[in-house]
Design a protein around this ligand. Sequence first.
Ligand code: GRF
Length: 203
Amino acid sequence: HRLVVLISGSGTNLQAIIDACQAGQLDAETVLVLSNRPDVGGLDRAHQAGIDTVTLDHRQFDSREAFDQAMIDAIDPYRPDTVVLAGFMRILSPLFVRHYAGRLLNIHPSLLPRHRGLHTHQRALEDGDTEHGCSIHFVTEELDGGPLIAQAPIAVTANDTAQTLSNRVQQCEHQLYPLVLQWRAQQRLSLTDEGVLLDGKPL
Ligand code: GRF
C-alpha cells in the first residue's frame, strides 16, 4: 500500500507512520513526503528514512488551483493508494479534493464536529470542555468536515493548558493514524456513497 504524506511542519505524525511501517505494524510504504514549506522538521525525518521529498512553496504560485495542480503533478508519478494529510496547513481546492476523492485522509486535533479550524486546544479549554481529542476523516470539500473514520477522546483536567492538551492529543494521534492507515492497507476502509465503510459495514 503506497502512501504519500503531506506536511507543513514538525512531522511527528509522519514519524509515527514511518515507525509503524518499520515495526511491521503498518503494511504500507511512504513513497513521497510533500511539504508546502521548506526547511521543516518533517523533511529531515523523511530524509533520515530515505523517503523522497518534494517542497512546493505555495507563495510561488499565483493561484490556489495552480499550486494544487503542481502538487498533483508531483504526487501522481508515485501512484499513491492513500494521500495522508499530517499537519498539512493549507486549505485544498475542490480540484485537489476531487482528484483524490475516497483516498485522501486528514487528522484534526479535536473531537469533530467540535472545534473545526485552528487553536483547538485553547478553544476546548475556553469552552470548558471535559473531553477533547483527535479525529481522522476522509477529506471532502468541506474544511475539517469530511466523513469521520475514527476519534480518540482524552479527558480534560482542571490544570490542563493548551500545551499539556496538545501533548496528550498528539500521543493519541500517533497511535490512531497508523491504526487507520493499516485498515486502508488491508483494503478494509473505504468511502462510498453511503458513507464510510469498515469491513463492508457503515461506521
Ligand atoms: C497535529 O496536531 C495535527 O493534528 C495537526 O497539525 C499538528 C502537527 O502535527 N493537523 P505534526 O507534528 O506536524 O505531525
